[in-house]
Design a protein around this ligand. Structure first.
Ligand SMILES: Nc1ncnc2c1ncn2[C@@H]1O[C@H](COP(=O)(O)OP(=O)(O)OP(=O)(O)O)[C@@H](O)[C@H]1O
Ligand SMILES: [Mg+2]
Length: 512
């Protein structure tokens, strides 16, 4: 691949890259060289500038200053097509698939096979995509279905598969695992290793250190838009990386679990008996008491999504009962769930489409579910509203500039924090959290864990699903592992370990 002879040039090198958005300096004089065939991690807090760098290398945005070299040659990446022609392919953080088109159309766009008259050859296209997916080990994905009907992890795999199938020399993966659970992370690991063997250079962004260690050869840390160092993964400890990422050292990531004193005695605030919903959830029972952080684990598609949607009134159960404070309830819509006498909040899976209205300001988004609370004599008291929102923004550590800034300009992780802030403001006693730390940086993750524990200690109850098993094990009092719509195991105390959760998730545990 390298035609230059003796000294192999870097796959890409950026020198003095700068980019600002209004008053925000996203990249501040960044220089970085990544060698050919390297699997290189890009680390940094939410808003550190990782996606901005990826988008510049993808030709999606242009830098204010700085140079880019590809394989030793100066390059101008004015638009995505030019980047494609230069051998760069990207799986974007905010998945870039067009939801109302089919998998086939998305995989091939804008290069679908056509008849001489320009008409797209649909059958041929589908066969082609079926073959591509098969070669990548994704034969569970039907090329004919609309992307909108697929769950987030499947969409994420398609976003990755599209980039890989175009045979890049440089592959940019912006948080490709943030919506993937165990099995799919393994799939990606296999793909990245295969690409490395073929000499492909990969940039891998993730907030999960374990993955960085397993996937990557080298890493670079960005802080406040500046490169604060590049290292061989083998030469640097996890503590050192975290200290570089957040600019200080972090003692313990998980808060202490309090003893479950009241346990059985307290009355459940939320419980379900034999719950079935949406086809996938078949028969699940649980009881959530004040002070509980109850974890839900499972591989994708085992019914956990349907469980959360049913508990928030977004889909109707097909069997079983949901009770709040011991009284059976029917939740016809999220409005029912949010009603004062019920008080259930949800931090949903997909912040982009479900959690936030991206054109609206952070203040408007965060106060939306409780806006009536700020009405005085018929008008909204915006001063009171702003003060309340500012307080929860501080809790989740989002810059107060979010009060009057549209959510779309915030980085992915900061949007996730805004989605959490919104539900903290409701002050509801029951909080459903669906993978809430997805895409959140290590420092903020730790803050969110502390917040969840504080919320529980104050008498709240949390149902917590995560694709990150270590998080479930270290944060939750008890974890229910779902397998094919049923609880395969309920683990707590010493029985609650990562390997026990993984075994049960694969359907290997005995039923408890
Ligand atoms: N289109 C935009 N308009 C205004 N500001 C932006 C825009 N895109 C990014 N920013 C700002 O630039 C900074 C860097 O954002 P970027 O998306 O690169 O962060 P990131 O490192 O990818 O973070 P995360 O881990 O949350 O994805 C942030 O402060 C962000 O708010
Ligand atoms: Mg990003």
């Amino acid at each position: 691949m390298d035609e230059s002879g003796s000294e192999a040039p870097a796959a890409f090198e950026v020198v003095g890259l700068r980019k600002h958005f209004g008053a925000t300096i996203a990249l501040d004089d960044v220089s970085l060289a990544v060698g050919s065939g390297d699997v290189h991690a890009l680390l940094g807090e939410n808003g550190a500038g990782k996606s901005t760098l990826v988008k510049i290398l993808s030709g999606l945005i242009r830098p204010d200053a700085g140079d880019i070299h590809l394989f030793g040659e100066p390059a101008r990446l004015g638009d995505p097509r030019t980047a494609h022609r230069s051998g760069i392919q990207t799986a974007y953080q905010e998945i870039s698939l067009i939801k109302d088109l089919t998998v086939t159309q998305n995989m091939l766009l804008p290069y679908e096979p056509a008849h001489p008259g320009g008409q797209v050859r649909r059958r041929r296209s589908e066969e082609l995509v079926r073959e591509i997916l098969q070669n990548l080990g994704l034969d569970d994905i039907d090329p004919r279905v609309e992307v909108a009907t697929l769950d987030l992890s499947t969409q994420q795999r398609i976003e990755i598969a599209r980039a890989i199938s175009r045979e890049p020399r440089i592959l940019l993966l912006d948080e490709p695992t943030s919506a993937l659970s165990g099995r799919d992370v393994e799939w990606l690991h296999g793909q990245v290793n295969a690409l490395r063997e073929r000499g492909v250079t990969t940039v891998f962004i993730s907030h999960r250190m374990q993955e960085v260690r397993r996937f990557c050869d080298n890493l670079t840390v960005l802080r406040n838009g500046a490169n604060v160092g590049s290292f061989a993964v083998a030469d640097i400890s996890e503590e050192e990386v975290i200290a570089l990422v957040i600019g200080r050292s972090l003692a313990a990531t998980f808060p202490e679990k309090p003893p479950r004193a009241t346990g059985e005695a307290a009355e459940p605030v939320l419980s379900a008996e034999g719950l079935a919903a949406g086809g996938r959830l078949k028969d699940l029972s649980f009881a959530l008491r004040p002070g509980d952080v109850l974890g839900v684990a499972g591989l994708e598609g085992m019914g956990q999504r349907e469980l959360f949607l049913a508990l928030f009134g977004m889909i109707r159960p097909t069997a079983g009962t949901v009770s709040v404070y011991g009284k059976p309830v029917t939740l016809k819509s999220p409005r029912d769930a949010l009603r004062a006498d019920i008080g259930i909040s949800l931090v949903p899976e997909e912040r982009k489409t479900e959690a936030l209205a991206l054109e609206m300001t952070g203040r408007e988004n965060v106060s939306l579910p409780v806006i009536e609370r700020f009405r005085r004599f018929g008008v909204i008291d915006t001063a009171a509203e702003s003060a309340a929102v500012a307080r929860v923004l501080d809790l989740v550590q989002v810059d107060r500039r979010a009060l009057h800034t549209a959510c779309k300009v915030f980085s992915g992780g900061n949007q996730q924090k805004l989605a959490i802030a919104k539900w903290l403001l409701t002050e509801n006693r029951i909080l459903l959290m669906y993978d809430p730390t997805r895409g959140v940086d290590v420092g903020t993750k730790a803050e969110i864990y502390v917040m969840i524990r504080a919320y529980a200690s104050a008498g709240g109850a949390v149902l917590f699903y995560s694709t990150d098993v270590s998080e479930l094990v270290n944060l939750c009092d008890e974890v229910k592992v779902v397998y094919r719509g049923r609880a395969a195991a309920t683990l707590s105390g010493d029985a609650l370990s990562e390997s026990a959760v993984m075994r049960a998730a694969l359907g290997e545990g005995g039923s408890l």
